[in-house]
Ligand binder design. Sequence first.
Ligand code: YH5
Length: 266
Amino acid sequence: MGVLNVTPDSFSDGGRWFANGQADLDALRREAFAMIDAGAKILDIGGESTRPGAAPVSGQQELDRVLPVFEVLSRECSVVLSLDSSSPAVMREAAAAGAGLLNDVRAFQRDGALAVAAELGLPVCLMHMQGKPDTMQQAPQYRDVLAEVQVFLEARANDCIEVGIPRSQIVIDPGFGFGKTLEHNLVLVAQLERLALLGFPVMAGLSRKSLIAKLTGRGVDDRLPGSLALAMLAAQGGASILRVHDVAETADVLRILQAVKDVQTP
Ligand code: YH5
């Protein structure tokens, strides 16, 4: 899954597609096609920055940012277009404009979100977060981070099933960096296999995140090696979907991993 941020204030790509407050649709389209050529099977399109201190966006603002992108890309390409949003109104409009997956960092806990997801009949990605984006990194605490993430995701998956979302349409995600210390993130990477035991495909979003800075001291533009190492570990830990900014480089990592898995050993 390639990340297409349609925000003027993203952490990881700093509003690359914005010029004087306006999304540059043509630049976004070129980036989308580059990701597809590099092997992306899904593009994740979001218009809300979840960075601590980011300005809150209204549903209308989110719509203004992401809808044109869905309209253009659904016309021009055949990969799955994922919406990264927590707003039921945005989910509805994006679905009408071609979204094929709903990815919600709040796991459909906003009023009406779960009902809309069920009504739209699209697959969903449920992500774990402790706290709220603004304050989640102040003092994250768990008794047992893996167990708590498992319990939350299983409960949300059951809520989805109860409103009629088929089991086969549910993806789970531990939410790296969302209310987690370095230690918590590392435990979740190390134990990712045990999340997969819940029986749902696992998505992992580690690309360019702060845990890499904490381990390497690198700024956001120099986190590719760290991102690739984590992508390799997540894939080996059973992740089915890797949410990444650097699709071509990650695809190479997956080719290497696949070749080693496939080799005949005496
Ligand atoms: C995720 O993990 N993440 S948005 C901070 C960074 C770099 C990148 C400080 N949406 C996820 O990508 N959806 C986001 O450097 C997500 N899983 C799912 N399902 C945050 C992000 C980022 C944050």
